[in-house]
Design a protein around this ligand. Sequence first.
Ligand SMILES: NC(=O)c1ccc[n+]([C@@H]2O[C@H](COP(=O)([O-])OP(=O)(O)OC[C@H]3O[C@@H](n4cnc5c(N)ncnc54)[C@H](OP(=O)(O)O)[C@@H]3O)[C@@H](O)[C@H]2O)c1
Length: 185
Amino acid sequence: MATQRLFFAISLPDDMQQQLVRWRADTFPAEAGTPVVAANLHLTLAFLGEVAPETSQRLQTLASRIVQPGFDLDLDDAGHWPRPGVVWLGCQRAPRGLLQLASLLRAQAARHGCYQSPQPFHPHITLLRQAIQPVALPPRGFHWRFRVSTFSLFASDYARGRTRYRALASWPLTSQDPHALLSAP
Ligand SMILES: NC(=O)c1ccc[n+]([C@@H]2O[C@H](COP(=O)([O-])OP(=O)(O)OC[C@H]3O[C@@H](n4cnc5c(N)ncnc54)[C@H](OP(=O)(O)O)[C@@H]3O)[C@@H](O)[C@H]2O)c1
């Protein structure tokens, strides 16, 4: 079977997607960049690149064994990376749980020969693409919080100039081992 372009990520709740889309429209002029569609807003934990089916299966098995509690994510920072042309939303202080989860997934992917990003992990939600001209960023003071209680593996499909993400599997973040729960008497 063919390889797939994969990444582990956190999805945003629907109401938060809508709030962010409205805020983005009020905050950035149309010429600032191309808005990412609401359903595609996400925070990548580990980008894996092109992955063969067997490796994908192995990484999914490892992901299902992760035992870690959920955490709150505060979105209170924004920035512009002119080189990739990305305007993003992120957090001034990343929660430990987020860093721990990303680091584990990235290490497992690296051990299975997946693509390794040369950049250090900088958690962000891409809001605009093709943002290559200078962009006026909003002053600090905006803030959204949401509880992260699941993470997912996505396939990124690109056709006719459009990217679609498909969730292949999702796992709960819980401090109780899900396998132990299943085998409890
Ligand atoms: N999806 C495809 O197969 C594909 C193929 C050719 C061109 N493109 C173009 O590439 C651009 C990005 O597409 P996309 O984000 O929708 O899909 P994507 O490139 O598959 O990205 C999926 C997620 O992985 C992250 N990511 C991608 N490459 C990475 C890398 N080298 N290191 C670390 N993280 C990485 C992205 O982060 P960011 O949000 O920070 O980018 C995004 O969160 C779009 O302009 C698209 O038109 C996509």
